[in-house]
Design a protein around this ligand. Structure first.
Ligand code: GAP
Length: 436
C-alpha cells in the first residue's frame, strides 16, 4: 500500500465521520481522538465479533468488566509503579522530550538541534486523585492495561462460577498511557481500548503448546474480520526487550501503510502477577485441583489486542481507489460485511415520489430490525452509491417503479457494482446469507 495512503485514510475518516481529532474546537489535544457515527459502529463490530469468538464461543472462557480505577496497591504489587517507565531525554533549548531508543541521532534534538539532558525516568501511568481535597486525597492511577482487574478478580470468578483450570477471563475496556512517542493517527494514543484474555493454566502444563494454540486461534480472528494473513508477521521479542512480567512474548505485527508494527501480542506471564498479588494482599490465591488434590498458583497465557489498531488495520486493508469506465475514480472501503458500519442502505429511486418513499421506508423499517441500515434520499442514485462505497456499505437496495408492480428491488453489490433484482420477501434472507 502506498505510503500516502495514511493521509487519505485520515482524511476519509474525518470527512465521513469515522474519526475526529480530539477536542478540535479548542485547537485539539495531541494524540487523542473521538470516534464519529461510523467509527463507533466499526469499533462496536470489532468488539462484538471479538467477544463472541473469544468468550462466548468457548466453553473455557468467561467475561469480566473490571474498573478503570483500582486500588493503587494493585499497581504497586504488579510492578507497574516501579517498572512501567520510559527513559526520557529533554532538549535543553526547546524542552521537547524524547525516548533515546527511538531517536535516529542520540546527541541532538531532531526539532531544533539543541543538546539533551541526561535521561530521566518517566512514569507511563496517568495519576489522579480520589477525594474532595487534592492534598488529602488518595493518589490513584488510570489503568495502563485491563489485565490487572482480571488478576485481582480471578478468585472471585473462580468461586462464583464452576470453572476448572484451564480456563480464561476476557475483558474489553479503556486503558490509558502517558505515551511520549505518539503519532501515526490512532495507532498510538493516550487513551485506547484493549481486548484482553488471561488464560489460567497449571504450572505443570505444556505452556509452550498452549501458547502456540492461542497464537493460531488469534489468526482465526484475523480471518473472521477479514485481515489477510500475508500482511501479518510474528515477532519473537528477545529477552532484553520483553516486558518485566513476561517469559515469552510474540508481537503479532501487521503491515500498516507506515510500516510493519505491533497490532496484537501474546505473552506467557507465568505466575508473576498472581504471586505478586498473593504476597502483597495476604490473600491465598491458590487453586485447588480436585483431581490431583494439589494446590497451586496458576500460570497465565495472555493474548492481547488493541481496538483502535485493529480498526486502523481494517481501514488500511479496505481502502481502494478504483478507476471507473467513465474515467472517474471511486473511493471504496472493501470492509468485510460483518465489520462494516452499515450492512445495507435503502433508497427510494426518487425522493419526491410518495409511493416510492413509502415502499422504501417500509423495507428500511423491516431490515433495520436485523441489520444496521442507512437511509438516503439525497441527490441522485450515483452520488448515493459513491457515498455508501466510501463508508463501506456492502449492499444498496433501491426501490423503483417496477418495485411497486413486481414486489422486488435492485440490490447493488459494493465490490462488483453488479445489480440484481431480489424479491422483497426474500431480501432479509438474501442479505443474511451475504453478511456472515
Ligand atoms: N496486558 C498486556 C499489554 O498491555 P501491550 O503490548 O503493552 O500489552 C496490548 O498492549 C495491546 O494494546 C497492543 O498490542 C496494542 O494493540 C494496544 N496498545 C498498546 N498501547 C497502545 C497505545 N498507546 N495506543 C493504542 N493502542 C495501544
Amino acid at each position: 500500500m502506498a505510503s500516502d495512503s495514511m493521509e487519505k485514510i485520515v482524511s476519509l475518516c474525518k470527512r465521513r465521520g469515522f474519526v475526529y481529532p480530539g477536542s478540535e474546537i479548542y485547537g485539539g489535544l495531541a494524540s487523542t481522538y473521538d470516534f464519529g457515527p461510523l467509527g463507533v459502529e466499526l469499533k462496536n463490530n470489532i468488539k462484538k465479533l471479538w467477544w463472541k469468538y473469544f468468550v462466548q464461543d468457548r466453553e473455557d472462557m468467561v467475561g469480566l468488566d473490571g474498573g478503570i480505577l483500582l486500588s493503587p496497591k494493585i499497581w504497586e504489587a504488579s510492578g507497574h509503579v516501579k517498572n512501567f517507565k520510559d527513559a526520557l531525554v529533554e532538549c535543553k533549548k526547546c524542552h521537547l522530550r524524547f525516548r533515546p531508543d527511538k531517536l535516529k541521532e542520540a546527541s541532538k534534538c531532531p526539532e531544533c538541534g539543541g543538546q539533551f539532558t541526561d535521561p530521566k525516568s518517566f512514569l507511563g501511568m496517568f495519576k489522579t486523585t480520589i477525594g474532595a481535597i487534592e492534598k488529602e486525597g488518595v493518589e490513584a492511577y488510570l489503568r495502563p492495561e485491563t489485565a490487572q482487574a482480571i488478576f485481582a478478580d480471578y478468585k472471585n470468578v473462580l468461586d462464583s462460577n464452576n470453572k476448572k483450570i484451564p480456563f480464561g477471563i476476557g475483558q474489553i475496556g479503556k486503558a490509558f498511557r502517558n505515551e511520549v512517542t505518539t503519532g501515526n493517527f490512532i495507532f498510538r494514543t493516550l487513551e485506547f481500548e484493549q481486548m484482553e484474555i488471561e488464560y489460567f493454566i497449571s504450572p505443570d502444563a505444556d505452556w509452550n503448546k498452549i501458547f502456540e494454540n492461542w497464537l493460531e486461534y488469534i489468526y482465526g480472528y484475523a480471518d473472521l474480520i477479514g485481515l489477510p494473513r500475508p500482511q501479518f508477521f510474528k515477532h519473537e521479542i528477545p529477552d532484553e526487550e520483553r516486558a518485566f512480567y513476561s517469559k515469552r512474548t510474540i508481537d503479532v505485527e501487521y503491515q500498516f501503510p507506515f510500516g510493519q508494527d505491533e497490532l496484537w501480542a501474546i505473552a506467557y506471564r507465568t505466575d508473576y502477577d498472581l504471586a505478586a498479588h498473593q504476597a502483597a494482599s495476604g490473600q491465598n490465591l491458590e487453586y485447588f485441583d480436585d483431581a490431583t488434590k494439589k494446590k497451586f498458583l496458576p500460570h497465565v497465557i495472555e493474548p492481547t489486542f488493541g481496538v483502535e489498531r485493529t480498526m486502523l488495520a481494517l481501514l488500511a486493508n479496505a481502502y481502494r481507489e478504483e478507476e471507473l469506465e467513465n474515467g472517474e475514480t471511486r473511493v471504496v472501503l472493501k470492509l468485510k460485511p460483518n465489520v462494516a458500519p452499515y450492512k445495507a442502505a435503502v433508497f427510494p429511486l426518487l425522493a419526491n415520489k410518495e409511493n416510492l418513499v413509502a415502499k422504501a421506508r417500509e423495507i428500511f423499517g423491516e431490515l433495520k430490525k436485523d441489520f444496521n441500515c442507512a437511509w438516503d434520499e439525497r441527490g441522485n442514485i450515483g452520488k448515493r452509491y459513491r457515498y455508501q462505497d466510501e463508508v463501506g456499505t456492502p449492499f444498496c437496495v433501491t426501490v423503483d417503479f417496477d418495485s411497486l408492480e413486481n414486489d422486488d428491488v435492485t440490490v447493488r453489490d459494493r465490490d462488483t457494482m453488479k445489480q440484481e433484482r431480489v424479491k422483497i420477501g426474500e431480501l432479509k434472507k438474501y442479505l443474511t446469507g451475504k453478511i456472515q
